[in-house]
Design a protein around this ligand. Structure first.
Ligand code: 4NP
Length: 158
């Protein structure tokens, strides 16, 4: 089973949305026995909270219900996951600081898998308006789709 962890700052906007999108894609492809996902944040301000209401509303527009409860990224996540996908460069630095000797995960920027703007950051929609949440969804959907194609070819799933 391939384990994938999405990471952002607060774990209430970008990473739970990525988790919700990716979980739906896994389900649609009937790959639940091959791959699983979770999400976490590098700060601890919102631990235990549901995703931001604006993100939940945006997800629902696309028929995705977000039920994740925010949690902090932990050192042992490096050992429990195969892939860590971070939303921006700050997340990347914070996650790398917690890397352990027994780490097995590979870390990538989420948008390494965005063919439209490879290697860009996923903008944080927290301070902006609703449009920012919708464009966050679009970016994450495109990137998750491409990441799943990558896993499919790498692990020869069909
Ligand atoms: P996220 O967005 O990292 O996509 O979950 C944020 C949510 C909350 C805060 C910052 C970013 N905050 O500062 O509380």
């Amino acid at each position: 089973m391939i384990q994938v962890l999405f990471v952002c700052l607060g774990n209430i906007c970008r990473s739970p949305m990525a988790e919700g999108i990716f979980a739906r894609m896994i389900e649609d492809a009937k790959w639940n026995q091959k791959v699983a996902c979770d999400s976490a944040g590098t700060n601890s301000y919102h631990i235990g909270e549901l995703p931001d209401e604006r993100m939940r509303k945006t997800a629902l527009k696309h028929a995705i219900q977000l039920t994740h409860r925010a949690r902090s990224f932990k050192e042992k996540d490096w050992e429990a996951f195969d892939y860590i996908l971070v939303m921006d460069n700050q997340n990347y630095r914070e996650v790398v600081k917690k890397k352990t000797a027994g780490a097995r995960a590979s870390i990538y920027l989420m948008r390494e898998f965005d063919l439209a703007e490879k290697g860009a950051e996923v903008p944080d929609p927290w301070y902006g308006d609703l449009d920012g949440f919708e464009s966050c969804y679009t970016i994450l959907h495109r990137s998750c789709n491409q990441f799943l194609q990558y896993l499919k070819s790498k692990h020869q799933w069909d």
